[in-house]
Design a protein around this ligand. Structure first.
Ligand SMILES: [Zn+2]
Length: 409
């Protein structure tokens, strides 16, 4: 039997547009896929009814950049990227050599993400193979949708956190066990960033991703010092994006985080390759990395999703990340909301499954109380509702979370 969710329903229909039904009906089929979305009028039969009124029903968020081992080292403030990695991040990742520590971090990460309205996440584990398996097992148990990758590094990194070309066979085993499982879990080959990867590792990672059909995650041009280091390691005549491109790393399944210190040519390169960008404005504020220029990436047609980038980002909430996106670029609340939902789905190559309430997509949605001072009805303004949620102190939290038509929280 179908399930009919009655509420004020809102979703993004374009890069800067939203559709709103003050008294809407989201109909979900027995497989957890969306049958239809429309006004409630005339929907009083034909399925089991969940009456959420007067609440708001929104698509689940897609967090395009997140580091599981870093959840307990948020707020280590006042350091540059490379120094912060050495002092706080690598020790936290080292602790995940213990499988139970890695598993516990993954479990808590997924619960916290869902509690803040995120139903899909692209997450880095530590470099350890067991940490990746544990994260997949915990994502499967939690019910969250996830792209997961264990970062590979084979230079300019503490020796015990190195995983290079020799580690790729184990990565392919992870991929063969998890890629596409239950339509919810996906593997990404994850050469961490160009500074910490030899040319051989970059090339072999791209080749492994091609062979297995898996995604690629990495970081691009987050910090000026990092960009200078890439220039000296790879030769000064190529940009950072061009370095990745030369190793075959940029393609439709590639998600690069940050893309702050990039040129118009780099943007064009990303767009033509079909690679997408995880925009992490809260993290960029925190590490004083700089400001990503959304307008330039838009002009070239780059797909942009949002990432909390925990632990440089202090919050699990994409609402707070949207707020910071609005502080760094003159955009509308609708654009921020679209980036957190539709944009993220496109960025992770999951556009056919999630991102909005189109028919046949997975029913991933959250139910929110209406912000104080506003009502959700036919006369309400959806942009006002979204803005009030974005600027809710501490990040708005859903009271229900549904993934694939199943209630998770
Ligand atoms: Zn990161």
């Amino acid at each position: 039997m179908s399930e009919i969710h009655r509420a004020a329903v809102l979703h993004a229909t374009g890069i800067d547009s939203i559709a709103y039904y003050g008294d809407g009906a989201l109909v979900v089929d027995p497989d957890g896929k969306i049958e239809s979305l429309g006004p409630w009028h005339g929907r009083s039969s034909g399925g089991r009814i969940h009456d959420h009124r007067p609440a708001l029903l929104l698509p689940g968020f897609v967090d395009c950049h997140f580091h599981i081992p870093q959840i307990d080292v948020r707020g280590r403030y006042g350091f540059s990227l490379l120094e912060w990695l050495d002092r706080f991040i690598y020790p936290a990742e080292r602790a995940c050599a213990d499988p139970e520590t890695a598993r516990d971090a993954a479990r808590r990460a997924f619960q916290s993400l869902m509690a803040h309205g995120t139903t899909t996440v692209a997450a880095y584990t530590s470099c350890h193979v067991q940490a990746a398996h544990a994260a997949f097992e915990e994502a499967e148990a939690a019910g969250i949708r996830a792209v997961i990758g264990n970062p590979l590094m084979d230079r300019e990194t503490p020796p015990d956190l190195r995983a290079g070309v020799d580690a790729l066979a184990a990565c392919e085993e992870i991929a063969s066990r998890w890629e596409g499982k239950a339509g919810r879990l996906f593997y990404a080959f994850t050469p961490r960033f160009a500074v910490s990867c030899t040319p051989a590792l970059l090339a072999a990672s791209a080749e492994a991703a091609r062979r297995t059909g898996c995604r690629i995650m990495t970081h691009l041009a987050e910090n000026e010092e990092e960009v200078r280091r890439v220039r000296s390691l790879f030769g000064g005549d190529r940009s950072y994006a061009a370095v990745y491109d030369s190793f075959g790393l940029l393609g439709p399944g590639t998600i690069v985080a940050h893309a702050i210190h990039v040129t118009a040519e780099d943007s064009d390169l990303l767009a033509r390759a079909g690679a997408s960008v995880a925009h992490c404005p809260s993290s960029n504020f925190f590490l004083r990395s700089g400001r990503m220029d959304i307008g330039m990436l838009d002009n070239h047609g780059v797909i942009i999703g949002l990432g909390t980038d925990v632990g440089a980002g202090p919050s699990f909430s994409l609402w707070e990340t949207m707020r910071d996106m609005l502080y760094t670029n003159e955009k509308t609340p609708a654009r921020a909301f679209s980036t957190a939902t539709r944009g993220g789905a496109g960025a992770l190559g999951l556009w056919d499954r999630i991102g909005d309430f189109s028919a046949e997509k997975e029913a991933d949605f959250c139910v929110y109380d209406v912000p104080p001072g506003l009502t959700a009805g036919s006369e309400s303004r959806p942009d006002e509702l979204i803005a009030a949620l974005i600027f809710t102190e501490g990040g708005a939290k859903p009271r229900e979370v549904w993934i694939g038509g199943r209630r998770i929280l």
